[in-house]
Design a protein around this ligand. Structure first.
Ligand SMILES: [Zn+2]
Length: 166
């Protein structure tokens, strides 16, 4: 992978993926399950794999008082660390494919070309300039921080507009 823009869109995206991975690795490993899925567990508690007692489960969180407890439980279980880390692995693979191609050619767009799109003849004309739409869409996943504010390293020139949270 030719990542040369540590302060550019690729560096931004890889840094954000790394942050998501760090959060996922600090949590109880997946799979996560709700107490309703097994007898002798508390219904409104989410459980994950224990890191203290391998082979056992431990409490992740309790959503007893949430009005949306059914939806919250399903959402939390669906996005357990195992899923998030797999998702991050896929994003890293995409970032490895879609990066700025080395070198410049006559008639190059100002930012150069996307190496990944250069090999994809179907999208050659629409996605070739760097950063390509794929790179911008992946970076756009991380435009907003968990508190809803725009990430301070985000540059509006990267925008492929995604809806802000909330
Ligand atoms: Zn591309």
């Amino acid at each position: 992978m030719a990542v040369t823009d540590s302060r550019g869109i690729t560096g931004f995206t890889l840094a954000r993926i790394g942050e998501v991975e760090a959060v996922a690795r600090a949590a109880a490993p997946g799979p996560w399950l709700r107490g309703t899925e097994r007898e002798h567990l508390v219904d409104d508690v989410m459980y994950g794999q224990s890191t203290v007692w391998p082979g056992h489960i431990a409490q992740v969180c309790n959503f007893e008082y949430a009005a949306e407890r059914e939806g919250n439980a399903a959402h939390i279980a669906r996005h357990d660390p195992r899923f998030v880390l797999t998702w991050c692995e896929f994003l890293r693979w995409q970032v490895g494919v879609h990066h700025r191609a080395p070198g410049n050619w006559a008639g190059s767009p100002p930012g150069g070309f996307c190496a990944g799109c250069l090999s994809d003849i179907e999208s050659y004309h629409s996605n070739m300039p760097w950063p390509c739409e794929t790179a911008r869409r992946i970076a756009g996943l991380f435009r907003y921080q968990p508190d809803g504010t725009q990430h301070p390293e985000w540059k509006d020139g990267w925008a492929h507009e995604l809806q802000p949270p909330g």
